[in-house]
Design a protein around this ligand. Structure first.
Ligand SMILES: CC(C)(COP(=O)(O)OP(=O)(O)OC[C@H]1O[C@@H](n2cnc3c(N)ncnc32)[C@H](O)[C@@H]1OP(=O)(O)O)[C@@H](O)C(=O)NCCC(=O)NCCS
Length: 369
C-alpha cells in the first residue's frame, strides 16, 4: 500500500473516481462532473493548503483517494474515500496510517491529526480506531445532511504526534475534574427585588455618596458593632469598598444588597448574603441601617425578604444571622424574622476597641422550616 500524489494531469481519472462511486455520508452521494470540476478549479484538491493522494494497493490499483487539508495549519485534517468495490478489505485503516505518517513526517512537526465523521459511519469510525485514533468529541446534531434535511451527531477522532511516533494510544481522560471538586451550580437570579416598602438590589457605583453619607451620619450607632465604622470614612475608601462589593456580586462570591425606600428612593441601609458556601448552599445575612431609619421595622422587613430570596431563588438549605450577644437591636431583628437561636459561641470575638471578649449568637433558619 502506498500514497501516490495526485497531479492536475490526472484530472479525468479523479473525476471518474469521484463520479462513479457513492459517498453516502457526503452532502452529494453521487456528485456530478461539474461539481468535481469546479472543486478542482477552485483549488479544492491542490493548493498551498490541500494535497490529494491516490491510495494504491499492492498491485498498483487505485483503490481510494485522500485529501489532506489545512496543511498550513499545525493540525491538518483529511478526507479519505475508498472505492465502492474496494471497501471492506481493510484498506481504510492502512491508508489512514500512511496519511498519519505523511503528516507527522512533514518538516513542520505537526502537532496532531484529526478527522470528523458522521456518528453512524461505522466503517470510518472503525477505521479511526484501527489506525490508533482516539475518539475525542461527540457533537450532538452537528452534521447536516441536505438530502434528508436533518441533523446527525458528529464524532471527532484524533491522534497526537507522541502517540503516532511512540506507537501508543492514549485515551482521553473524561473525568478530569477531581471528585468533590466540581464547581457547584449557581442558579441564575435577578439582582433586584422588592418587599412591601423597599427596593432591595445589588450595589451600583452610583450608590457611593449615599453610603458614605449614611455611614458618616450613623457613626455613633454603628461604631460599637461594625469594624468599618471605627473612624470617619474617606469617600475614596467607601468607593473602593463598593467596587469590590460589585465585583463580588458579579462573581457570586458575596451578595451585598442595598436597601432603598420605594416611595422616596432614599438609601436606608445595607444588607446582603455573605460567607457563601454554594455547595450547600448556605448564606449569612448581615445588615446595618442608617440611624434616621431605625425603629420602623425596615430591617426586619428586609431580612424576611432576603431570606425568602435565598431559599426560593438561590436554593438555600441554611441561612444564618450572627451577632454579638450584647447587640440587642440586631438580635431583635433576627428573632422577629423568626430565626432560631442555635447556640452562643463563648469568647468568640473581641469588642470593637479590642479590650473585651465577646460572645456571638448564632441564629439560623433551615430549608423547609
Ligand atoms: C470509511 C472507509 C474509508 C473505510 O475504509 P475500508 O477500506 O472500507 O475499511 P475496512 O475494510 O478496514 O473496514 C473498516 C471496518 O468497518 C467495517 N465496515 C465496513 N463497511 C461497513 C458498513 N457498511 N457497515 C458497518 N461496518 C462496516 C469493517 O468490517 C471493518 O471492521 P473490522 O475492522 O471490525 O473488520 C470507506 O468505507 C469509505 O471510503 N467510505 C465512504 C467514504 C467515507 O465515508 N469516508 C469518510 C468520510 S468522513
Amino acid at each position: 500500500m502506498l500514497l501516490q500524489e495526485w497531479t492536475m494531469e490526472e484530472q479525468e481519472q479523479l473525476i471518474h473516481f469521484m463520479t462513479t462511486n457513492t459517498w453516502p455520508f457526503d452532502g452529494e452521494s453521487h456528485p456530478g462532473r461539474t461539481i468535481i470540476e469546479k472543486a478542482i478549479e477552485e483549488g479544492g484538491y491542490e493548493s498551498d493548503e490541500v494535497k490529494t493522494f491516490w491510495v494504491e494497493n499492492e498491485l498498483g490499483v487505485k483503490v481510494g483517494i485522500v485529501k489532506i487539508y489545512d496543511l498550513q495549519d499545525e493540525i491538518p485534517l483529511f478526507d479519505l474515500k475508498i472505492a465502492d468495490v474496494s471497501r471492506g478489505y481493510g484498506y481504510g485503516p492502512k491508508a489512514l496510517r500512511l496519511i498519519a505518517k505523511y503528516v507527522f513526517d512533514l518538516p513542520e512537526q505537526k502537532i496532531r491529526l484529526e478527522g470528523h465523521t458522521r456518528q453512524d459511519n461505522v466503517a470510518m469510525r472503525k477505521t479511526f480506531q484501527r489506525a490508533g485514533f482516539v475518539k475525542e468529541a461527540h457533537l450532538r446534531k452537528a452534521w447536516f445532511s441536505p438530502k434528508e434535511n436533518s441533523y446527525y451527531d458528529a464524532v471527532t477522532y484524533g491522534i497526537t504526534r507522541e502517540d503516532f511516533m511512540g506507537g501508543t494510544t492514549t485515551p482521553v481522560i473524561w473525568e478530569d475534574v477531581e471528585k468533590g471538586k466540581e464547581e457547584p451550580r449557581i442558579p441564575v437570579f435577578l439582582d433586584s427585588f422588592e418587599s412591601e416598602r423597599l427596593v432591595i438590589r445589588a450595589p451600583q457605583i452610583e450608590d457611593s455618596l449615599d453610603i458614605w453619607n449614611a455611614i458618616r451620619h450613623s457613626l455613633p450607632a454603628l461604631r460599637e458593632w461594625l469594624p468599618f465604622a471605627q473612624s470617619e470614612p474617606e469617600l475614596e475608601s467607601t468607593e473602593e469598598n463598593l467596587r469590590e462589593a460589585i465585583a463580588n456580586f458579579i462573581t457570586r462570591k458575596d451578595l451585598r444588597l442595598h436597601l432603598f425606600k420605594k416611595d422616596t428612593g432614599e438609601f436606608i441601609g445595607s444588607s446582603g448574603l455573605h460567607r457563601i458556601d454554594w455547595s450547600i448552599p448556605k448564606f449569612e445575612i448581615g445588615y446595618w441601617l442608617a440611624t434616621e431609619f431605625e425603629g420602623l421595622g425596615y430591617m426586619t422587613e428586609a431580612v424576611r425578604r432576603i431570606e425568602r430570596f435565598a431559599f426560593e431563588e438561590l436554593g438555600a438549605r441554611r441561612v444564618e444571622i450572627r451577632c454579638d450577644e450584647q447587640n440587642k437591636k440586631s438580635r431583635t431583628v433576627a428573632e422577629r424574622a423568626g430565626f432560631i437561636l442555635e447556640g452562643t459561641l463563648k469568647n468568640d470575638s473581641l469588642s470593637m476597641d479590642g479590650k473585651v471578649l465577646r460572645n456571638t449568637c448564632i441564629y439560623a433558619k433551615i430549608e423547609g422550616e
